[in-house]
Design a protein around this ligand. Sequence first.
Ligand SMILES: [Zn+2]
Length: 453
Amino acid sequence: MMRIYDTARQSVVPLELRDEGKVSIYVCGPTVYGPPHLGHGRHALVYDVLRRFLAWSGLEVTFASNITDIDDKIIDRAQRENRDWADIAVKCEGVWWQAMDRLNVSRPDLTPHATEYLGQMIDLIADLVDRGRAYQTSDGVYLSVEQVEGYGLLAHQSLDELRAGGGERELVGAEKKHPADFALWKLAKPGEPSWPSPWGEGRPGWHTECVVMSLDLLGEDFDLHTGGLDLTFPHHENERAQAVALDKRFARRWMHHGFVELEGEKMSKSLGNVTNLLDLMDRYDARAYRLLVLQSHYRSPIEVTETTMTNAEAALGRLDAFARRTAGLSGRADGSVLDRFRAVMEDDLDTAGATDLLFRQVREANSALDRGDDDSAAVAATTARELAAVLGLEFRVESSDVPGEIQDLADRRQEARAAKDFATADTLRDRLAQAGWTVEDSADGPILRRHGG
Ligand SMILES: [Zn+2]
């Protein structure tokens, strides 16, 4: 059974599932107002690996991740640039998916958008007001955290400590009953996008969309809610607070991952200030970032530097060389290695340990070939391919290794893209995926990769 560090309990606990054989996961997705940064990339990669592993373990995974397509940051940018806010959201979402494809991150099963849930958000807020757990002020509607049992569960602070800390400072506190009370509905200022509500024209607060969407799509008492450490408080605390205030059961477990650190001055001198995920992938093999993320524990910070990225690329070179050398070999995977892999991954998602096992299999396959033992090499190679697939690592294959019919599909996709026939291009991409190939659009044209498995 998978065990993870639960932020609420502050210890590693079994992932006890609501429904046997099924796991429901909600990941807070991006606010689409600018290009994705390195933190977004880590975020997507950590839960992509978790999801792949749980599915490989035989669980039926439902993975929901939202798109925040209305938010203060989007409105601010629209006003600054005198643009339509919806246009910014649509374009930035397109860039987001492009970045996810390059990272080989699987699309969520469910991708709710905040703007599709306005009606349900208003209903939830009205319910909270009816119960006397939310109140109206001159600028919106606020949740009263003193009405919420166990508020501070994730922050690990009491209401008194939070009062001293000041809570959310987004609006003048005079009308708020407690500094940690937070906006459920924000009345619109002139020129801001707005929707009608019983409290006046306005928009929902950020914390309301995720509680509404996760409960709607995954149901009460869903298994796992995840995100970056920075989302623990106030965002996740406040999502939970709304559910509790409605007497609903919320996430059973909370999982949070660590930050991305850049090599201070050295980084900016040698690389420019690479915080943009797409820039990083232009500069390095996109797979190198996945490998870097895999080689650290998800709760530890990772350092993105020229050295760590170059080391990751060198390791990928070894994987690719192995893939070419063992391309013709197939056997059965080594069950004892798969068991060990499962055990390290189930131990709070120890991807560093799992990646070690992968590289050990690669070395094993190489040395078996060196001594002319093709049978052992085939077993090690097959095992390594299976582990790589679970970790989402793909091998780069030389163009001469691409079968004709695959190249043909890729060429036709390229023609469709050139003709801006994106529907056909997407269909061809799907057909390539079914055949076990991924196509990545790079500055030098499309690159074909065979899936690890
Ligand atoms: Zn969220």
